[in-house]
Ligand binder design. Sequence first.
Ligand code: CIR
Length: 253
Amino acid sequence: MHFAHAITRTPGDDFAAGITSAQRGEPHLGKLLAQHASYEAMLRALGLQVRTLPPLPGFADAYFVEDAAVVLPETAVLTRPGAHSRRGEPMHLEKVLARERELVRIEAPGTLDGGDVLVVGREAFIGESERTNHSGATQLQGIFERHGYACTLLEAGAGLHLKSSVSQAAENTLLITAELARHRAFARYRRIELAARDAYAANALYVNGRLVIPAGYPQVAERLAAAGLEPLELDVSEPRKMDGGLTCLSLRF
Ligand code: CIR
């Protein structure tokens, strides 16, 4: 899938009030803003036009913009985030997405975070997780199927979201944790399985034929290079302190 656009949101100065289980120390606003700017510069270098939305006061996690919408070529889905503190985020994307796509919504009692949605070409995977319940997952499955996608629901695995454990690495290739590597849903893909210590690198960003992985995983970079992929690396240490990674910082379409 070729992407031309990305939407991001600048972290607000209340970002440290966001949800986290990471225990990786105090996050630093100045560093977070610098890493966020580098992330946007990387998206531009990959050919995307980046639209940056302003911080959303009262929503400390809103810069993890991926969780609030699922944007497909055919439609945009406003989610209903599983965390109460994030439930108001999607309506703040309504105006900007309505200009791009016809909008549909995940309705109560469904909950769904975009981080639980992996789209690989015309195939979609939805993880049921602490954030995404069965109602939310089946609502989105119906939307995918109406537009002709094959769509599989599965348990998301150990991470916060499905894409904490598996993401696209190349055309027919997934970067995946050992826990999900043998799941039959992924059997037809080439799978690059990660060692437990490298699990964070399973959240990687595949944009217009290039793969971006988090900095600090030299063995993953080497294995990818051996598999014919030349990953770019980006430091996301500050979003990581808030349980975030590469995919969650943007919507790509
Ligand atoms: C949260 O717990 O909702 C945020 N602190 C992190 C969200 C990360 N989102 C993602 O991986 N898609």
